[in-house]
Design a protein around this ligand. Structure first.
Ligand SMILES: Cc1ncc(C[n+]2csc(CCOP(=O)(O)OP(=O)(O)O)c2C)c(N)n1
Ligand SMILES: [Mg+2]
Length: 566
């Protein structure tokens, strides 16, 4: 309610409800919101704009809902807080689906607010009206179809109750299972603030009314103490975190840490582990593997976890756990060690790692610029207070093969490994840059770049990320040449349906988007470019060949095997 010229003026129900939604979300910790323009969602847009002008929330506007949703996903990951994404009705809603699926599998708290027609207009052929009820199926942790507000008593309290439940489900406060939630919000006209001009007094107070829900965290965790004895490795998959490094150090275990594990550092991290797993004296003698986070990058690790002679212990805090082999001996929330393992075990891995790393460096130095060499440089160029985002396909695997562990750097390395799509990578990175408030570099392939070129689009009225995309451009999907499809037997069909060359001119595309572009073809030039601070949006295009990839990987494998057997 507001007092205007001595008259009490009620704002219309859609406007009032939208204001409650935005302010209550902010009170519940959802302080960032991404919005794409639309008509049915207008009440939310007005409310969000007003809240942003009071700094109650941070608002980001994107034209493309798909990019907006991935930006929200990145914001949530970068800020470690739930983020809302708002769209209008119709196909706009479907454009959120990829990011919702990624969030579902990566456990990212995304609050999806889709505007809808009121119930009386559904199924009548009304424009931009489709069935949005449970449109994301089982991907969301919570769903509600909220009828159009009409100003009845108790409506505000009901909304607050619903939002508390939705945010609790998104953050996993009670379930320990964070993820996306979906509120489908019907709005009836008028959709503009009214009847009088909006004033600050119309906005609901940020303090909660009496009786508003509060959600307490429920998380009981007990650490399992590993029995001393077996020759053990720690496998740190995506999101494992520094606990994996601490466990490896405490137990004197080799640490096989993926680049996005947050644990690929310290004396126990074995950068060349994929090659060493094939060695009978190292990989062949493993008796126990402790898995933290979710490993997805290599067949070598999958094969290890499949081995009947290896005891698999999963330490995971999420309700589901990464046990694709379905043979884990124990699933627990956390592990610890009392007695450190045999020092000679990890020492053997470290000696072999040094030898293997030298061989890899030699092979890559002798080859023309490759995605592997670009990845190695990008890893080495990480600076404190920056973030690194990595695209799916070869870039993240190239990092896994070449990233040299060293001291811990305060530079998070993140990737969408929930479903490992090549979609939304630039938008996710843009969200991470904004959410974490860090200049961010994203390493990605050319198809991933072109898939989300729209993610480069950030309008002049928007807060712009400091984002540098390092694109490994091999004119197509290089990874497929490393899979079975790359075998000579399939050569006739390969290029058209797997290689998928495009010949796109990235420099021209960047010019069109008003984004800086530099092309590099030699390692020294790349090193210089990466040494520059990241500011505004820019693209570094590394041109590489994919025709030789298969041979290069075989050469690396052979070189390391020869060196280790010598
Ligand atoms: C949205 C989506 N579509 C398709 C795929 C299947 N896919 C996996 S890797 C890949 C090729 C990626 O090419 P690029 O980004 O250039 O990386 P490269 O393999 O060349 O290193 C494709 C199409 C996917 N992961 N996600
Ligand atoms: Mg490519």
């Amino acid at each position: 309610m507001a007092v205007t010229h001595g008259r009490i003026v009620r704002v219309n129900p859609s406007t009032a409800a939208a204001r409650v939604i935005v302010s209550e979300l902010a009170r519940l910790g959802v302080r960032r919101m991404v919005l794409a323009p639309g008509s049915r969602s207008a009440p939310l847009a007005y409310a969000a704009a007003a809240a942003a002008s009071r700094s109650t929330i941070e608002l980001h506007v994107r034209i493309d809902e798909r990019a907006g949703a991935f930006t929200a996903l990145g914001l949530a990951r970068g800020s470690a807080a739930p983020v809302a994404v708002v769209t209008t009705s119709g196909t706009a809603v479907a454009n959120l689906h990829p990011a919702v699926l990624e969030a579902a599998h990566a456990g990212v708290p995304l609050i999806v607010l889709t505007a809808d027609r009121p119930h009386e207009l559904r199924g009548t052929g009304a424009n931009q009206t489709t069935d949005q009820v449970r449109v994301f199926g089982t991907a969301v942790r919570f769903f509600a179809d909220v009828p159009a507000p009409h100003g009845r008593d108790g409506e505000e309290a009901d909304l607050r109750h619903l939002l508390a439940r939705a945010v609790a489900a998104a953050t996993g406060a009670r379930s320990a299972d964070p993820g996306p939630v979906h509120l489908n919000l019907a709005f009836r006209e008028p959709l503009v603030p009214g009847p009088g001009p909006a004033t600050a007094d119309d906005d609901p107070p940020d303090a909660p009314p009496a009786g508003a829900s509060r959600v307490d965290e429920v998380r009981a965790q007990a650490a399992h103490v590993l029995e001393p004895g077996p020759r053990t490795v720690v496998v740190a998959g995506d999101g494992a975190g520094p606990d994996a490094q601490a466990l490896a150090a405490a137990g004197r275990f080799p640490l096989l840490a993926e680049p996005t594990s947050g644990a690929r550092f310290g004396d126990h991290a074995i950068g060349t582990y994929r090659f060493l797993l094939a060695h009978p004296e190292l990989g062949g003698r493993i008796e126990r593997a402790v898995v933290m986070g979710r490993p997805t990058l290599s067949r070598q690790v999958s094969a290890l976890l499949d081995r009947p002679d290896v005891d698999v212990v999963i330490a995971s805090r999420t309700p589901d756990w990464p046990d694709a082999s379905r043979r884990a001996a124990r699933v627990t929330s956390a592990v610890s060690v009392d007695v450190p393992g045999d020092a000679a075990w990890v020492a053997a891995w470290r000696r072999a790692d040094a030898v293997a790393q030298q061989r890899i460096d030699d092979v890559l130095a002798a080859a023309p610029l490759t995605g592997l060499a670009v990845a190695a440089q990008v890893w080495a160029a990480r600076r404190p207070d920056e973030a690194l985002v990595v695209g799916s396909s070869n870039p993240v695997r190239d990092l896994d093969l070449t990233a040299c562990p060293a001291a811990a750097v305060d530079a998070p390395v993140l990737a969408n490994r929930g479903l490992s799509g090549i979609d939304g990578t630039l938008s996710t990175a843009s969200g991470i840059a904004l959410g974490a408030g860090r200049p961010t570099r994203v390493l990605l392939g050319d198809l991933a770049f072109l898939h989300d070129a729209g993610g480069l689009l950030v309008g002049p009225t928007e807060q712009r990320p400091d984002l540098q995309a390092v694109v490994v451009n091999d004119d197509g999907g290089g990874i497929f040449s490393l899979l079975e499809h790359g075998e000579p037997a399939y050569a006739a069909t390969f290029e058209r349906v797997f290689g998928t060359p495009h010949g796109a001119d990235l420099a021209a595309l960047c010019a069109g988007y008003g984004v800086g572009h530099v092309r590099v073809t030699d390692p020294a030039h790349l090193r210089d470019v990466l040494a520059e601070p990241i500011s505004e949006r820019s693209v570094v295009e590394a041109r590489v060949e994919r025709s030789e990839l298969r041979e290069l990987h075989e050469q690396l494998r052979q070189a390391v095997a020869d060196a280790l057997s010598a």
